[in-house]
Design a protein. Structure first.
Length: 129
């Protein structure tokens, strides 16, 4: 069993799911993460994200304003139905209070526009700890 967990962690190594509907934000964020040697899978909406979450990720960067369902609702599905504990970082320009994010088990918040410094802080906190 321990070997399976080790294999699973290795297969997830430096893999990030970016759930973002803006193509410009997708490209900019993916480029920043690729420069830091991370593999990034992209989902433009919740439906695509749920399909991709069959794979293993170290981190989920989640836009709160998605076109099909909001990021808060998607987080509820990820936590309650899929039972995933993967760290989720909300990526938003909305002014929501931290308590709202904590209630749905979002681990952290990054404000748009994303910066290399902000991403580096999050990566160190949740992947390189």
């Amino acid at each position: 069993m321990e070997n399976k967990e080790t294999d699973k962690n290795q297969s997830c190594s430096k893999k990030i799911l970016l759930v973002e509907d803006s193509e410009i934000c997708q490209l900019a964020t993916k480029e920043l993460l690729k420069e830091m040697n991370y593999h990034v899978d992209l989902a433009s909406n919740a439906k695509e994200a749920l399909e991709l979450l069959k794979n293993c990720y170290n981190l989920i960067l989640l836009d709160i304003g998605l076109p099909d369902i909001d990021g808060m609702s998607l987080t509820r599905i990820i936590r309650s139905k899929l039972k995933l504990e993967t760290p989720i970082v909300a990526v938003t320009d909305f002014a929501w209070d931290k308590k709202s994010y904590e209630e749905v088990h979002i681990n952290d918040i990054l404000r748009k526009p994303l910066t290399k410094q902000g991403l580096t802080h999050i990566l160190k906190k949740y992947i390189l700890n």
